[in-house]
Design a protein around this ligand. Structure first.
Ligand SMILES: Cc1cc2nc3c(=O)[nH]c(=O)nc-3n(C[C@H](O)[C@H](O)[C@H](O)COP(=O)(O)OP(=O)(O)OC[C@H]3O[C@@H](n4cnc5c(N)ncnc54)[C@H](O)[C@@H]3O)c2cc1C
Length: 335
């Protein structure tokens, strides 16, 4: 382990980590950014972003490339293929961050490991898990592989509806399977979906009250086994691909027992300043409790954590200060 103590180590170079690195490095803090794979996080796979303020209609990779260059220009140290496996608060107040290859020390750590696709765990899901074989979690990334093919999509939230609409631009037929009798997605998305479904030449269908039981085929997906949750009836559904859109799980397994996590694995922190239970350790982006799971909020979280880091470095007792009434919802009452 090198004896150098960084002002700040950021875990994960998605939008939250890059936002944090931009603010920390620009403020001349000695900053190290550690990333498991390559920069960008989930947004890298997004074809078109329409809701990032000031940058309309931009591709994910394009936006990340601009953000990454902007960060790099302020000179933080950046290490790729550096998966963080644990952290430890030392008796001198510094924090030890261990990766699969090395160990580093910092006065502050900003955790921004984001989240990943939730899996159903049904037979065949793992076996056929890549767009070539037919199972995918990202319509935006893999829809073009299913041009003129028949696909099944699973889910009922915003992502499922958005992605089913996107798939319908490529596939011959898209059937959305949902375990309940109505979707959870926002009304505006549902309206768009049903409008498209009612068009004369529509290639969209819905099957309600149904779950995916198994994915089968010889080397690639050929059919899905569906179960009606009301009748228990099983049905073989012929298809070339299965898209699973059933939510995200935070990438926080490596923090179990080290940082306080919710039951579903989100990092517990205060929503105003993003402080975790460990002094000097902040949480930012999709990994934290109450995250809005958006690009703009992830970047904002990262920059907020980097700003609040200054407060902690000036006075470590600030960590224990409770929120002012105005920032504490349980204390706050409208006039
Ligand atoms: C298909 C899709 C489309 C989307 N479209 C939009 C959109 O149009 N608009 C919008 O606002 N939002 C969109 N989002 C959501 C947006 O991408 C996320 O909210 C945002 O990326 C969250 O940023 P993050 O930095 O918190 O996490 P992530 O983007 O998940 O990044 C986390 C990073 O941390 C790294 N990491 C994880 N564990 C470790 C570890 N142990 N050590 C080191 N590094 C680690 C990961 O490799 C990753 O690079 C979309 C998401 C998806 C999946």
């Amino acid at each position: 382990m090198s004896k150098k103590v960084y002002d700040c180590i950021i875990v994960g170079a998605g939008p939250a980590g890059l936002g944090a690195a931009l603010y920390a490095a620009r403020d001349r803090f000695d900053t190290l950014l550690l990333e498991k794979f390559y920069p960008g996080g989930q947004i890298m796979n997004t074809e078109l972003i329409e809701n990032y303020p000031g940058v309309p209609n931009v591709g994910g990779a394009d936006l990340v490339s601009k953000l990454y260059s902007q960060v790099e220009a302020f000179g933080p140290e950046i290490k790729m293929s550096a998966e963080v496996v644990s952290l430890e608060k030392l008796s001198d107040g510094n924090i030890k961050v261990s990766t699969t290859q090395d160990e580093y020390l910092a006065r502050v750590v900003i955790l921004s490991p984001g989240s990943s696709y939730r899996q159903l765990g049904v037979p065949g899901e793992r076996e056929f898990r890549n767009a070539g074989a037919g199972v995918s979690y990202c319509g935006t990334c893999d829809a073009p592989f299913f041009k003129g093919k028949k696909v099944l999509a699973v889910g009922g939230g915003n992502t499922a509806i958005e992605e089913a609409l996107h798939l319908a631009k490529f596939a011959e037929q898209v059937t959305l399977v949902h375990r309940r009798d109505e979707f959870r997605a926002t009304k505006i998305l549902q309206e768009e979906f049903f409008k498209k479904m009612q068009e004369e030449d529509s290639n969209l269908n819905v099957i309600y009250n149904t779950v995916l039981e198994a994915i089968e085929g010889d080397g690639k997906v050929e059919r899905a086994v569906l179960k009606n949750v009301k009748t228990g009836d099983l049905e073989d559904f012929q298809c070339d691909g299965v898209f699973i859109f059933v939510g995200m799980v935070p990438n926080t397994q490596f923090l179990k027992g080290l940082v306080d996590l919710t039951e579903s694995g989100f990092i517990k922190c205060d929503s105003a300043y993003l402080r975790t239970a460990i002094p000097g350790v902040f949480a930012a982006g999709d990994c934290r409790v109450g995250a809005a799971m958006q690009l703009v909020t992830a970047v904002a979280d990262g920059s907020l954590a980097a700003i609040m880091m200054k407060q902690y470095l000036l006075d470590s007792n600030w960590w224990y200060e409770s929120l002012s009434d105005a920032l504490n919802p349980s204390e706050w009452r409208p006039n």
